[in-house]
Write a protein that binds this ligand. Structure first.
Ligand code: IPM
Ligand code: MG
Length: 350
């Protein structure tokens, strides 16, 4: 198996290094090929997603990705900004299905800003569409109309795009508690009206799944009011972006959440959902667990190695049970460790 390693910017290289140590400890027959992406690639070659990086990701069986973005590039034209690299990879590799699980490890219930009883035992899955919506809709731009500048974007989904992500949602629900909640803004948006119509049609092929619909504003509220009412949520690119950040805080820290972005054949890009955290980059204190858990998802979905995926997840659970915590999840009575030491502990637990 070939795995492309794209560490990226900020804390990306630090957390990817720990995930690599974990994977290497398992003695799998994987070849790793590393290459810069995002701001790091821009600095090296003037392009956040050089052709060479895209080609490497294309020929790999899976991609392990850190994070991209750097405040020092905020003033670059949009096409050169580090974020374009992840958007270009998702689009270029047709990674339309984004799985973002939010699981509360019992040991971390107290690290959430919500009351422990509200989040203890939480296990939800957000299925986010990743290659359409207002992120990619055309036309878009900044123009001048009658001497007044205006910015505009296009929210757009075709029926087949909605159907294919709905299916991922239904199938995920089938493997879990058989409940699917589709989130939209059908009371206001045309795109969402079509979304709701197509998801409802698709439900006929999944009579064993209980489908509900919810407006996104209500969902944002329900996620903090009573998150355990949800099991699988399926939604569009932008709503999924926002709701998955919100869901991450239910688990105590955004530093804990892995994700998978899959194409129709199961090839995937695996990344923590947090960003580059420029404020703590290079300090050796970032939480590597979201990336280590992303590596576990990679074994599960792209390399079909469920056994080793579970071994990694069990090792993470053990380390948390042993009381080790990076700064973002540290609470009284636990031991605060840095990035490297957290990686050491997971490797030892394996
Ligand atoms: C995410 C990120 C990205 C997104 C950014 C970095 C472009 O926030 O993966 O959720 O908006 O999708
Ligand atoms: Mg986001």
């Amino acid at each position: 198996m070939n795995v492309a390693i794209l560490p990226g910017d900020g804390i990306g290289p630090e957390i990817i290094a720990q995930a690599l140590r974990v994977l290497k400890k398992l003695d799998l027959r994987i070849q790793f090929q590393e290459t810069p992406v995002g701001g790091a690639a821009y600095a090296a070659s003037g392009d956040p997603l050089p052709e060479k990086t895209l080609a490497l990701a294309r020929q790999a069986d899976a991609v392990l990705f850190g994070a991209v973005g750097d405040p020092k590039y905020d003033t670059l034209p949009r096409a050169k900004r580090p974020e374009q690299a992840i958007l270009g990879l998702r689009k270029g590799l047709k990674l339309f299905a984004n799985l973002r699980p939010a699981v509360v490890h019992p040991e971390l219930a107290a690290a959430s800003t919500l009351k422990s009883e509200v989040v203890a035992g939480l296990d939800i899955l957000i299925v986010r569409e990743l290659t359409g919506d207002i992120y990619f809709g055309q036309p878009r731009g900044v123009r001048e109309v009658d001497g007044v500048k205006e910015g505009f974007d296009t929210m757009r989904y075709s029926a087949p795009e909605i159907r294919r992500i709905a299916r991922v949602g239904f199938e995920a629900a089938r493997k879990r508690s058989k409940k699917l909640c589709s989130v939209d803004k059908a009371n206001v948006l045309e795109t969402s009206q079509l979304w709701r119509e197509v998801v409802s049609q698709e439900a006929k092929a999944f009579p064993d799944i209980e489908l509900t619909h919810m407006y996104v504003d209500n969902c944002a509220m329900q996620l903090v009011r009573n998150p355990k009412q949800f099991d699988v949520i399926v939604t569009g690119n932008m709503f999924g972006d926002i709701l998955s950040d919100e869901a991450s805080m239910l688990t105590g820290s955004i530093g804990m959440l892995p994700s998978a972005a899959l194409d129709e054949k199961g090839k995937g890009l695996y990344e923590p959902i947090h960003g580059t955290a420029p404020d703590i980059a290079g300090k050796g204190i970032a939480n590597p667990l979201a990336t280590i858990l992303s590596a576990a998802m990679m074994l599960r979905y792209s390399l079909k190695d469920e056994k080793n995926a579970r071994r990694i997840e069990a090792a993470v659970t053990k380390v948390l049970r042993d009381g080790l915590r990076t700064a973002d999840i540290h609470t009284a009575g636990t031991r605060k460790v840095g990035t490297q030491e957290m990686g050491d502990a997971v490797v030892d637990a394996l």
